[in-house]
Design a protein around this ligand. Structure first.
Ligand code: FMN
Length: 206
C-alpha cells in the first residue's frame, strides 16, 4: 500500500520492560511533535516499569492507551495507534503493512533475545521479525549492565542482520544539567537514525 505520509508511513515504537521508560516516552513525544504517525506497543513488563519510573498510569487496553498517550503528548486524532500483545491483524504484524521502521526502546534483554532468534511470540517480537525480513530499519535500544555473553552475542546477531543496536548510554560532553538532558542525548540519536530533524542536541561540529 502506498503511504500518504511525507516520511513514508508510520514509525512503530515498542517499549519493553528494561529500565529507561523515559527514553521511549520522550521518543514518542518528539515523533508526535514532528507530525509523525505512530504505531505504539507497550509490553506488560514495560507497563510495570513505566509505573515505577514515571508518574504515568497508562491503561493496557490499546484504544485507551492511544487516547492517554495522545492526550499526554498532544497528538492529532489518529496520529497514535496502539496494539496489544496478540493483535496479529495489526499493520506491524505483516510486511504488507504500511510502516517504515521499528524502534524497540527500551529493549529488555529478553526481547533482544527473542528478536535475535526470531521467536515472534508476541506482536513486538513479530514486528521486529518482519522488519528484519523486509529489510526495514530496526533500531533496538538495550539497557542492561553488565552484559553477559548471551546479550553481546544477541546484539552482534542483530547488527549482522542490519539492525542498529544503540545501547542507552548518554554521553557527557554536552554537560547535561538534568536527567531530561541525558534522555534527550539518546533520543536525539534515535531521531537521527530515523532521518527526522531534531533540535534536542547540536550535531557534532555545529
Ligand atoms: C523496575 C524494573 C526494571 C527492569 N530493568 C531491566 C533492565 O534494565 N534490563 C532488562 O533487560 N530487564 C529489566 N527488567 C526485567 C524485564 O522487565 C523482564 O525480563 C521482562 O520479562 C521483560 O519482558 P518484555 O521484554 O516482554 O518487556 C526490569 C524489570 C523491572 C520491573
Amino acid at each position: 500500500m502506498q503511504s500518504d505520509t511525507p516520511l513514508g508511513g508510520p514509525v512503530a515504537v515498542a517499549l519493553t520492560g528494561a529500565s529507561g521508560a523515559q527514553y521511549g516516552l520522550r521518543l514518542i513525544e518528539c515523533l508526535v511533535a514532528a507530525g509523525q504517525p505512530l504505531y505504539v506497543m507497550i509490553s506488560k513488563a514495560a507497563h510495570r516499569v513505566i509505573a515505577i519510573e514515571t508518574e504515568l498510569d497508562l491503561p493496557a487496553q490499546p484504544e485507551r492507551l492511544a487516547a492517554a498517550l495522545s492526550e499526554r503528548f498532544g497528538a492529532e486524532a489518529g496520529q497514535i495507534r496502539c496494539f496489544g500483545r496478540e493483535d496479529w491483524l495489526a499493520p506491524v504484524a505483516s510486511g504488507s503493512g504500511d510502516w517504515r521502521a521499528l524502534v524497540v526502546c527500551p529493549c529488555s534483554t529478553g526481547t533482544l533475545s527473542a528478536i535475535a532468534c526470531g521467536a515472534s511470540d508476541n506482536l513486538i517480537e513479530r514486528a521486529a521479525d518482519v522488519a528484519l525480513k523486509e529489510r526495514r530499519p530496526l533500531i533496538v535500544v538495550p539497557r542492561e549492565m553488565p552484559l553477559s555473553q548471551i546479550h553481546l552475542e544477541n546484539m552482534l546477531t542483530l547488527t549482522r542482520m542490519g539492525a542498529v543496536v544503540m545501547p542507552a548510554s548518554p554521553g557527557f560532553y554536552h554537560r547535561p544539567q538534568s536527567v531530561a538532558d541525558m534522555v534527550d542525548f539518546v533520543v536525539a540519536r534515535m531521531l537521527a537514525q530515523l532521518g527526522i530533524p531534531q533540535r534536542l542536541m547540536p550535531s557534532w561540529g555545529e
